[in-house]
Design a protein around this ligand. Structure first.
Ligand code: FAD
Length: 398
């Protein structure tokens, strides 16, 4: 065994997907010593993607991960919050927990809208159940933010018969994630679904029963839902020796080690150096939580493999499966496979012919093939790659 002595106490803080994945992988990797997994929610670790989909729609009440902690020999402490860290000791609201090795997987917390105290946020199972109880036919729902969460919540709310308005500060949906031309192609989805979308609109105030926009427009609102992003849940590390970036993400190295020896981190709360991207990445998506949960366990057990997967995520919105892999940056060449009005289309980002990222709408084959091409930094023939009839794997240059 490498960095971890087999009898040391391992503590994993944050009982979400990354934390749960990590403890399972530690046992699969042969760790014999005691493991404690703690989290501040009252629930055992559960999956979040269904919260804005099946849970809101009433098709699921629980999304608990299928992990038997007793059989794994993992002590699971729910409802326990970490409050501080010093070398060898994690402080919690129920007393100190000494550790030999520590994994931080405290995820992210949704950003609140100042002055919108009564608004819903959507991060936890309890948030989703509370919002679901308010999504009644005819209810007027104003959603702030046309991001991934906003689009999925709008989809569910419409399906439940609500009147839905989405307010987005950017010029088109998903302004933080996609260029305007691509996000703009999604505005038609809102219209088709009967959702009123205000882009380039800022919320000036949220009052009882209404949302006031910067241009004076008043939107009647029985419920307001804010989906404007999430920040790493790392405030509790203030004053510790764990270095954070300006956005609060934990700065880990390529083996997911923090600046404090014996402390690793994974999931939504980290920023890791990606050789593939040529920069640090802070990824807040399910696949990264899963993969970094595995990787942090392997690193703790002594593996010497850098963590640098091709980033991937999906979103289900307005009856469509949207998937994205890789990472594009400004200046990459944008190539359409199909037109935005088509029932299914993809866009590719190329740099010097090399595939850097792709987004697919109901074209899962493009995604599967594109992901493999991204892994091998494949160079494409743009003319063939732009033809949706040509399988992406057959669009290689040369
Ligand atoms: P989390 O799941 O946030 O788990 C961290 C846990 O740590 C939480 O339980 C938190 O309460 C706890 N914690 C925080 N601070 C402390 C503390 N001080 N002490 C103790 N415990 C603490 N991704 C996709 O790719 N596709 C999707 O369709 C998709 N849908 C999503 C829908 C919703 C509604 C949400 C919220 C997220 C969605 N995601 C999706 C993102 C994905 O779920 C997250 O990236 C993933 O859950 C991150 O896992 P994590 O373990 O890093 O963090």
């Amino acid at each position: 065994m490498g960095e971890q002595r087999s009898t040391d106490q391992v503590v994993v803080v944050g009982a979400g997907l990354a934390g749960a994945q990590c403890v399972g992988a530690l046992r699969r990797g042969g760790l014999q010593g005691p493991i404690t997994l703690l989290g501040d929610e009252p629930h055992a670790p559960y999956d979040r993607p269904p919260l804005s989909k099946d849970v809101l729609l009433g098709k699921a009440d629980s999304t608990t991960l299928d992990v038997d902690y007793r059989r794994l020999g993992v002590e699971l402490l729910t409802g326990r919050r970490a409050t501080g860290l010093e070398p060898g000791v994690l402080h919690t609201d129920a007393g100190p927990l000494p550790y030999g090795s520590l994994v931080i997987a405290t995820g992210a917390a949704p950003t609140a809208l100042p002055g919108a105290d009564g608004a819903h946020l959507l991060r936890t199972l309890d948030d989703a159940l509370a919002l679901r109880a308010r999504l009644r036919p005819g209810s007027r729902i104003v959603l702030v933010g046309a991001g991934w969460i906003g689009a999925e919540t709008a989809t569910a709310a419409r399906e439940l018969g609500c009147e839905v308005t989405v307010v987005e500060a950017g010029p088109a949906p998903l302004p933080g994630a996609l260029p305007r031309a691509v996000g703009g192609a999604m505005t038609a989805w809102y219209e088709e679904a009967g959702v009123v979308l205000h882009c380039g609109a800022r919320v000036a105030a949220v009052g009882p029963g209404e949302v006031l926009l910067g241009d004076g427009t008043r939107l009647a609102a029985d419920e307001v839902v804010v989906g404007i992003g999430a920040r790493p849940a790392t405030g509790w590390l203030a004053g510790s020796a764990v270095a954070l970036d300006a956005g609060g993400a934990i700065l880990v190295d390529e083996r997911l080690r923090t600046s404090l020896p014996g402390v690793w981190a994974a999931g939504d709360c980290v920023s890791y150096p990606s050789a593939r991207a040529g920069t640090r990445l802070a990824v807040q998506h399910w696949d990264h939580a899963l993969q970094s949960g595995d990787a942090v366990a392997a690193a703790l057990l002594g593996a010497d493999t850098p963590y640098d997967p091709v980033p991937y995520f999906w979103s289900e919105q307005f009856g469509r499966m949207v998937q994205y892999a890789g990472r594009h940056t400004e200046g990459d060449e944008l190539l359409w496979r199909g037109a935005p009005g088509d029932p299914a289309w993809s866009v590719l980002w190329l740099r010097g012919g090399e595939l850097r990222a792709l987004l697919t709408v109901d074209r899962p084959r493009d995604l599967v093939q594109g992901r493999k091409l991204l892994e091998r930094s494949a160079v494409l023939d743009p003319a063939r790659a732009a033809d949706p009839a040509v399988p992406l794997k057959s669009a290689l240059a040369g």
